[in-house]
Ligand binder design. Structure first.
Ligand SMILES: NC(=O)c1ccc[n+]([C@@H]2O[C@H](COP(=O)([O-])OP(=O)(O)OC[C@H]3O[C@@H](n4cnc5c(N)ncnc54)[C@H](O)[C@@H]3O)[C@@H](O)[C@H]2O)c1
Length: 357
């Protein structure tokens, strides 16, 4: 399986996609590294800690735990772990190994970004969503009460190790939530991946190794290309936000408790597809193909009791909103999207209503 390279202003880094790569974790630690701090959650450690322990063998390390759950993705646990690292003798030569889902990737990455003004982090993602999205691109951070990921930093990892075999213990709902990010990759930039997802739904949902490895590799390649071309989200990287503007509004409105991130993105993509068609960017036929594919990887939790106006009020607080203007990533056809900033608010309301219906 492939190794990709992300180009970054702070030096490039490898993204290895390989079944069993976890066993070779020690090979990817930065040379001359000091203390190694593995940051995980109790839940991930229960499932996969023994495998990582075997992989690290004689490499000395300390395991530190973050609390799981989006509601705990806050500054305080990061500060507590930083204090703990100092107590344990951590210094500027220390290294963080982030071992968990997207929440661990983001929080441990942020810890590494700010500990002693920055130490290296190796990302070893354990959820599908983190393997195809959160671990690549160097975005790290935590939530504020006022919104998601509002405090953070760009901190490119030293390496990303993606082992699809780690997904065998992932709960079904989490697996499907990750699949929506892969559907997103197909819609925004990879028509062949989109077609494969439509044709091979049964193999993908049954987690057949060949199917899982292929869709992970395709999505990773797409993300590597995009973030290498535009690390700081000045231009191309914005396409990765397809479905996220509406999705974040839905997550915030339901206080991060009702939908998994990928599920909120699934709903957000539906809203963006309706908007793309209503605003004249995308044909009815292509819109239907996209809505069908999203539907076929469902179900997502119901949207009962959520109204268009609740979500519209939240759109302006999204951090992608610039000087009050909401930028929407809208489909043009399967494999191509565009960024639109002058969309009629009445059409936005109509599109949200259609997606909620
Ligand atoms: N930095 C980025 O570019 C970026 C991109 C996308 C998403 N994110 C962030 O990622 C987060 C969501 O990540 P997520 O969906 O991975 O959620 P998560 O980190 O909460 O993990 C989901 C659940 O799966 C469990 N789990 C993890 N690995 C497992 C395994 N191998 N076996 C069994 N259980 C396992 C976890 O304990 C957790 O309960 C959000 O906070 C989102 O903002 C960041």
């Amino acid at each position: 399986m492939p190794t990709y390279r992300v180009e970054s202003r702070q030096g490039g880094y490898p993204v290895v996609v390989e079944r069993g790569v976890l066993a070779r974790t020690a090979d990817w630690l930065p040379p001359k590294a000091g203390q190694l701090f593995v940051v995980s959650t109790a839940d991930v450690w229960r499932h996969k800690g023994a495998e990582l322990e075997r992989a690290l063998g004689s490499v000395p390390h300390q395991v530190l735990y973050l609390p799981g759950g989006e509601e705990h993705k806050r500054l305080q646990p990061v500060e507590e772990l930083a204090e703990r690292m100092v107590e344990l003798g951590g210094d500027r030569s220390s290294v963080v190994l982030a071992f968990g889902g997207g929440i661990v990737n983001d929080m441990a990455g942020f810890l590494a970004a700010i500990f002693m003004r920055g130490i290296p982090v190796v990302q070893a993602p354990t959820t599908l969503l983190a393997q195809v999205d959160a671990s690549i691109g160097g975005k790290t951070g935590v939530n504020l009460v006022s919104g998601k990921n509002l405090v953070g930093s760009f901190h490119p990892p030293a390496a990303v190790l993606i082992d699809p075999a780690l997904l065998d213990s992932l709960p079904e709902r989490e697996y499907r939530a990750g699949l929506y990010e892969i559907v997103k990759a197909g819609i925004i930039r990879d028509a062949a991946l989109f077609a494969y997802l439509a044709e091979s739904r049964a193999a993908v949902l049954a987690r057949e190794a060949g199917a899982v490895d292929r869709i992970i590799a395709d999505s990773v390649r797409m993300k590597v290309e995009v973030v290498s071309a535009d690390e700081r989200e000045g231009d191309l990287r914005r396409i990765l936000n397809f479905g996220h503007t509406f999705g974040h509004a839905l997550e915030a409105h339901t206080r991060y408790t009702r939908f998994l991130h990928g599920e909120a993105v699934a709903w957000g993509m539906r809203a963006a597809i309706h908007l793309g068609q209503m605003a004249g960017y995308c044909s009815a036929e292509d819109s239907l193909d996209m809505l069908d594919l999203i539907g076929s990887y469902g179900p997502v939790p119901p949207l009962d009791g959520i109204y268009a106006d609740d979500l519209i009020a939240r759109l302006v607080h999204d951090k992608k909103t610039v000087q009050g203007k909401v930028h929407f990533v809208l489909p043009v056809r399967v494999g191509e999207v565009t960024v639109a900033s002058e969309v009629d608010p009445a059409t936005v309301r109509e599109a949200i209503r259609s997606a909620l219906a």
